[in-house]
Design a protein around this ligand. Structure first.
Ligand code: FMN
Length: 320
């Protein structure tokens, strides 16, 4: 049987894949089919500050289908936010059960909730009977142990879910070590929900390795791999674009810079955000250490722009 058609989902990366990035990215590259937006936290007082959801205004999100993501563990607050999102037109939402950061996990949010399957059970029982949206989960194998998921999966089977997006690491692992393919495979065998694979797809080879191991998986979420190689989704899908890759990256960079310039008021904000992208993209160029360092050290917008112009004028080979 031929493999199922592939769907590539842009991962939520707080501080990176916001609406500006998603729009500029889809103007310059193809191959990504949809995105899960970086999380919005629920707030206790059942109110929503516009700054929390402005990235999700439908009129700004016409280029790439987007699934909003909520981080929280209080059912009433979650339902309130889910309803707002439904009114805005978001019929699919995602619950973040994967965030590894200890500050969040300590509050039993994100991956911190994975150690409490009963709480997840009670939460889903309440929430799913009250929201109009359909729900998917983004999870890790566990908080402390990669076996935690095997207590959780039979509970998840009781509920209607769009899908489970599994990043096969534990929370305390953060991003250390490698994604555990064996544990991912075992999770597939122990749950009836459709799964999306997420973790460490950094090039076409790693994609094929995952695809070969899990031939029934058709949905792949990619985060850091796309930040470091924006061509990755096109490469995976074999889409040919007849244009010089360095010129494309340069045009993408400049459009991203221009868009962020209209948003960020302070120069440090703007250069800080752009340097974040360079920290992923830069190492994908051959012998880029020195010119990359010059960009990352630029102390003003003018210097930043000069150094980026120098970089692209003499661009090292893009090796991804
Ligand atoms: C800087 C950064 C921010 C992230 N923000 C979120 C987030 O808002 N919500 C979420 O579910 N995962 C978040 N993640 C996790 C990613 O979505 C993804 O699961 C992880 O990076 C593994 O996939 P990758 O190897 O393709 O990058 C973040 C990861 C990074 C590195």
């Amino acid at each position: 049987m031929p493999p199922p058609p592939i769907t590539i989902i842009l991962a939520p990366l707080q501080g990176f894949t916001d609406v500006t990035y998603r729009n500029v990215y889809s103007d310059h590259f193809s191959g990504v089919d949809e995105a899960v937006a970086p999380f919005i936290s629920t707030m206790g007082q059942m109110r929503i500050h516009p700054s929390r959801i402005k990235d999700l205004y439908p009129e700004k999100n016409r280029k790439l289908p987007v699934v909003p993501q909520i981080l929280g563990n209080v059912a009433t607050d979650f339902i309130f936010l889910a309803d707002q999102l439904y009114t805005m037109g978001y019929h699919r939402i995602n619950w973040n059960l994967g965030c590894p950061h200890s500050k969040i996990a300590k509050k039993k949010r994100g991956s911190g909730l994975l150690m409490y399957p009963d709480k997840i059970d009670a939460f889903l029982e309440t929430v799913l009977s009250k929201i109009s949206n359909t729900l998917s989960l983004k999870i890790r194998l566990g908080r402390r142990s990669k076996r935690e998921i095997f207590t959780l999966l039979p509970i998840l089977d009781k509920y209607p879910l769009d899908e489970i997006i599994l990043h096969p690491r534990t929370g305390i692992q953060m991003y250390e070590g490698t994604s555990d393919h064996d544990a991912f495979g075992e999770a597939l065998q122990n749950c009836q929900h459709p799964f999306t694979y997420n973790g460490d797809i950094t090039n076409v080879n790693t994609f094929h390795t995952v695809q070969k191991k899990f031939p029934h998986i058709s949905r792949f979420m990619i985060g850091r791999g796309i930040l470091s190689n924006p061509f990755l989704a096109e490469q995976i899908k074999g889409l040919q674009v007849d244009k010089n890759p360095i010129e494309r990256l340069n045009a993408f960079h400049d459009a991203l810079f221009d868009s962020y310039q209209t948003i960020f008021s302070g120069p440090a904000h703007l250069t800080g955000r752009m340097k974040g992208f360079w920290s992923y993209l830069g190492p994908s160029f051959k012998e880029s250490k020195k010119p990359l360092k010059a960009i990352l050290k630029a102390g003003s917008i003018d210097k930043y722009q000069d150094r980026v112009a120098d970089f692209f004028k003499d661009a090292p080979e893009f090796i991804k």
